[in-house]
Design a protein around this ligand. Structure first.
Ligand SMILES: Cc1cc2nc3c(=O)[nH]c(=O)nc-3n(C[C@H](O)[C@H](O)[C@H](O)COP(=O)(O)O)c2cc1C
Length: 355
């Protein structure tokens, strides 16, 4: 199946997968079968963070199901959580195609999609109807392309949070996509303080308060990251998702598409994202839970990110290279790791690489 998909244009292959997951998720029999095949039910895999309990530490990163079309399929694939989005208030087409490239030899992807999505109304409707069966669902939101200037971006984030907060288990503000010009400037301390100040004023009014996470870039200097963390700690930010794709091109990349403009993900991002997780864990002394993202393909990659300080992980590119059952395979691998190392729970790993 993967071999066939990899012969197709990457974006076409992506839409086929979303369509298949949507169809399979829509038939109760097919969904039950997927759950039977994919779920690894074991209390040792459970993790808790920001007041929520997750069945296991492996989640699906934002971008794979931007509109929440395939929630019923994805939640049956054995993940502890999935994150839909990035959702913007109004539908937008994104950048011209081609805008997604495989770096097969590097097990990486370069994308410059630019948040193509069907808009808030559709995403909220899909979230409201979703079947979750124990898999938590987060909603990742961002501004429309024309609204990245701080004051208009704030309004867009607010619209989105108001639209999705009742249906999502947690909320993420994406301030780190490299494909919406100007978006990453929201990570600067002044802009971020303004943004979080306004968002929490609105969130404080919500009847049920959901954890708010920030998704950050791997391309910040140590000083920028440290300032961002100071600002985050001065608000009730529930956690950090580290990281989004990188605009760097590490030495040694082989894939012919390596110089395409956009964000690089997968294998070549792995170390950079782990090092960002480690910096956050050290700087905050573990006070701010981190979801680690970037190049997670195997149980060993999860162990590495959790030992660096992640409370759990997410993946996207790993699914493209390792297939739909990657969540199950990683969770089985984690149980083996616990057995071999005589550990009682995966949570015991968090930050142990720092001792
Ligand atoms: C094709 C593609 C689209 C993405 N779209 C989004 C997005 O809309 N919002 C977001 O926060 N991250 C997005 N990401 C970033 C991923 O969520 C993730 O942070 C990044 O790819 C690193 O993880 P990975 O190496 O497991 O892919 C996208 C990544 C890819 C490859």
């Amino acid at each position: 199946m993967l071999a066939i998909l990899h012969r197709l244009d990457p974006e076409t292959a992506h839409y086929i997968i979303i369509a298949l997951l949507k169809i399979a998720g829509g038939f109760p029999g097919a969904r039950r079968l997927m759950m039977r095949l994919a779920r690894v039910d074991d209390p040792r895999l459970r993790v808790s963070a920001f007041g929520l309990g997750f069945e296991n530490p492996v989640g699906v990163a934002a971008g794979l199901d931007k509109n929440g079309l395939a929630i019923n399929g994805l939640t049956a694939l054995g993940f502890g959580h999935i994150e839909i989005g990035t959702v913007t208030p109004l539908p937008q087409p994104g950048n011209p195609r081609p805008r997604l490239f495989r770096l097969i030899e590097d097990e990486g992807l370069v994308n410059r999609l630019g948040f193509p999505n069907l808009g808030l109304e559709r995403a909220a409707m899909n979230l409201a109807r979703a079947r979750k069966d124990g898999c938590l669902v987060g909603a990742n939101v961002g501004p429309n392309k024309s609204n990245v200037e701080v004051s208009s971006a704030i309004l867009d984030y607010i619209k989105c949070l108001q639209g999705v907060h009742s249906y999502a288990d947690y909320l993420t503000i994406n301030i780190s996509s490299p494909n919406t010009p100007g978006l990453r400037a929201l990570q600067d301390k002044g802009a971020l303080r303004d943004l979080l100040g306004e968002l929490f004023r609105v969130i404080d009014e919500f009847e049920v308060r959901k954890p708010l996470l920030m998704k950050i870039s791997p391309d910040m200097s140590e000083k920028e990251l440290s300032e961002l963390l100071d600002v985050a700690l001065s608000f009730p930010v529930a956690g950090i998702i580290a990281t989004n794709t990188t605009v760097d091109r590490p030495a040694g990349l082989i894939g012919a598409a390596k110089n395409e403009a956009g964000g690089l993900s997968g294998g070549p991002l792995r170390e950079k994202s782990t090092s960002t997780i480690r910096t956050i864990f050290r700087a905050t002394e573990g006070r701010l839970p981190v979801i680690g993202v970037g190049g997670v393909f195997t149980a060993a990659d999860v162990v590495e990110k959790m030992r660096a300080g992640a409370s759990m992980v997410q993946l996207y590119t790993g699914m493209v290279y390792k297939g739909a059952f990657i969540g199950r395979n990683i969770n089985r691998g984690l149980l083996e790791y616990l057995e071999v190392n005589r550990l009682g729970s995966i949570q015991e790993l968090i930050g142990t690489g720092e001792e």
